[in-house]
Design a protein around this ligand. Sequence first.
Ligand SMILES: O=c1ccn([C@@H]2O[C@H](COP(=O)(O)O)[C@@H](O)[C@H]2O)c(=O)[nH]1
Ligand SMILES: [Zn+2]
Ligand SMILES: [Zn+2]
Length: 246
Amino acid sequence: MSIQLQMLGTGNAFAKKYYNNNALVHADDYTLMIDCGITAPLALHELGIELDTIDAILVSHIHGDHVGGLEEIGFRGYFVHQRKPVLYIASTLISPLWDHTLSGGMTQDGISSIDDIFDVRPLVPEQPVQLAPGLKIELIQTPHIEGKYSYSILINDTIFYSADMKFQPQLLEHLVRERGVHTILHDCQLYPPGIVHTTLEELLSLPDDVRSKVKLMHYNDTKDDFVGKTGEMEFVEQHKTYTLPQ
Ligand SMILES: O=c1ccn([C@@H]2O[C@H](COP(=O)(O)O)[C@@H](O)[C@H]2O)c(=O)[nH]1
Ligand SMILES: [Zn+2]
Ligand SMILES: [Zn+2]
């Protein structure tokens, strides 16, 4: 069986040519949305994807390009579909998401907690969860912003989908060599310094057996200037669907 990956967007937080780096993962007839940034509702609309075809949303961390679309999705569930969207989220992120991001816009009569809007399914890092017969996910905590939680995602033990993260070569080597990961979808800041992200230069420094597994996402608007300068690492293109082996 295979996994279909469709990027709703591949841009970084400032990109204007590209939607936010959010994705749909299809496993048989189950669809998981990874991250729901500010541009996610528009990207879904332009692709003709109805909200009720998405079975669950999973968020990696609390930045606008990853959670900024949840208010609209939540209100549409509440007022239009009368259905709470299923939200998979690390337990450490639940309070920050509601208290620091969503509650300001969403608190009103009948809505006083995240559970009034979403069907929240807390996740614990390194504890895999089978979301559907063909889809297992595992959160891996990865460093992004000092003092804030952020989680990359291991899909079916073989596909690593990075959250925004600082360069972690030892983790990537471990995933490929010890855990059998065959595809790494990695955020990529094209210009140094990375500071809170991984740069292209850093990814190019990976050993061959790891670098050959990497595909690049979460890039800025000058991506086309870098085509041909990324070794064998290809840019993932938004809206295209990629078929990945299990
Ligand atoms: O030039 C910059 C611009 C932004 N940042 C940091 O990036 C994040 C926001 O972007 P995400 O893609 O959502 O992570 C924020 O923490 C900014 O401080 C930067 O480091 N350099
Ligand atoms: Zn981001
Ligand atoms: Zn971020």
